[in-house]
Design a protein around this ligand. Structure first.
Ligand code: UDP
Length: 441
């Protein structure tokens, strides 16, 4: 048996097992609800399968265990363990006809979109993920989604304030979504936005950033008409902690974006929310798509000989109208630099992507900032190795539970063990120290 009937049997079996195993707890919780609030449930009206209304149950009162009541929704068939997120009537009214496939199945306690939100990688529209879920309906998919959601749940927790700028060790990081990051790049390339303004009033460490004036205007050399963009993960921030020049370059960059689950955990430790994990690897295909659409071109600089060529081929196959304005591997001599910069400038590329690794790429971009013409330049680390196919990227299920770094560690243990096995705990320790200082202040 496959598809919907098999899923219903899975749901009934799991819900019954949980109700029996947790009977003492939910009975106690039900009694407490009655005693404290003189009612059993807090009902919420939602829209379910075939747009039928249903009442989502939670035990009344603020005590923990409210959500246990949802098992009765699953037993009654209003909800499934997995499926598109249940919507309110207002939300359901705005679902366009082409996304209506979501209503062909029961809404789920765990949804594919909410899973990716937990790890900050929900960059695609919710309707795309829901459609893919419905089209692949199976017990295996549902079990996988339940397990991954439970693991990712450890990273989620309650809603936290999302400040527009995060401060990690004195580095200001733009707390934005993937779409906002892409808009920002495209605006700079297409020269739509002259000033580069960060909201300093909300900036947790504005006074410590020499690159920000009181109004949040950038006062530095790596932004404005020619903008340096950097991605930082815990390893980068560990380097910035002790590497003064690299830290200064990041402080003076037009924009720094948060890369990886480490920053999500770091935010959580400080009681803050991360808008999204805007890493270069997820941004790159979207940037190619935007460049093809908005008619600006990319220059690929870095990685071993032959690698950037493969990236260009792969991306042009995916986005036929994409222009790769130039290519150069990252093992050139200092004597070749003048010619290389002339070639980059002559290419009229809108975005220069530099893959030399951290901090070499950012330092190189800062050193040649004035000589280079592309309006946006960014350091992208090992990105070309992934998109050339030289190093396979972690499968989505690993990324959904925040373990892409384990994949990289397994692939290159000799090079990566220091970065992850020593670097991750060191980063968390430093974040903990920063959080303590913030509490004392
Ligand atoms: N690289 C380069 N020139 C150099 C040293 C390194 O082009 O002189 C390239 C290297 O081939 C690789 C990238 O820089 O493609 C660094 O990858 P890594 O995974 O170390 O980057 P990160 O972890 O910083 O993202």
């Amino acid at each position: 048996m496959t598809g919907a009937p098999a899923l219903r049997i899975l749901d009934l079996t799991l819900a019954l097992i949980l109700l029996i195993l947790l009977a003492p707890i939910w009975l106690l919780r039900a009694v407490l609800a009655l005693i404290s609030g003189s009612r059993l449930f807090d009902p919420a009206e939602m829209v379910g399968r075939d747009r039928q209304p249903f009442t989502r149950l939670s035990f009344a009162g603020p005590l923990p265990g409210r959500e246990l009541a949802v098992l009765f929704n699953i037993l009654s068939g209003d909800l499934a363990f997995t499926g598109p997120r249940p919507l309110t009537a207002d939300e359901a009214a705005t679902v366009p006809a082409q996304a209506a496939i979501r209503f062909s199945v029961r809404p789920g306690l765990f949804s594919p979109y909410q899973l990716q939100q937990r790890t900050g990688i929900a960059h695609d529209p919710e309707s795309d993920l829901d459609r893919a879920f419905v089209e692949r309906l199976s017990v295996r998919q549902s079990l996988g989604l339940i397990i991954r959601s439970l693991i990712a749940g450890l990273l989620g927790g309650s809603e936290r304030p999302i400040p527009p700028v995060l401060d990690f060790f004195g580095v200001p990081i733009a707390n934005v979504t993937m779409d906002a990051a892409l808009d920002w790049i495209a605006e700079r390339v297409l020269n739509k936005s002259a000033a580069d303004t960060l909201p300093a009033s909300n900036h947790p460490g504005a006074s410590r950033h020499p690159s920000l004036s009181k109004e949040g205007k950038r006062l530095d050399s790596f932004s404005g008409a020619k903008a340096l963009l950097a991605f930082v993960n815990p390893d980068c921030l560990n380097i910035a902690y002790t590497h003064d020049r690299y830290r200064t370059v990041l402080q003076q960059a037009a924009r720094v974006l948060p890369d990886g689950i480490g920053l999500k955990i770091g935010c959580r430790m400080r009681g803050l929310g991360l808008a999204a994990n805007v890493n270069g690897t997820d941004l790159f295909p979207r940037l190619c798509e935007r460049a093809a659409r908005d008619s600006f071109s990319l220059f690929l600089l870095g990685a071993r000989p032959g690698i950037a060529e493969l990236v260009a081929e792969n991306m042009q196959a995916r986005y036929p109208s994409l222009t790769i304005a130039g290519i150069q591997h990252g093992y050139f001599s200092p004597a070749e630099e003048v010619d290389l910069i002339a070639r980059i400038n002559a290419s009229q590329a809108g975005v220069l992507l530099v893959a030399f690794g951290v901090p070499r790429q950012e330092l190189w971009l800062a050193e040649h900032h004035d000589q280079l013409l592309p309006p946006v330049r960014m350091g992208v680390g090992g990105l070309f190795d992934f998109y050339s196919g030289r190093i396979p990227r972690a499968p989505l299920w690993l990324r959904e539970i925040g373990l892409e770094w384990v994949w990289r560690l397994i692939q290159e243990p000799g090079r990566m063990w220091r970065r992850y096995l020593l670097g991750n705990p060191l980063f968390l320790y430093r974040v903990w120290k920063q959080a303590r200082q913030e509490i004392k202040r």
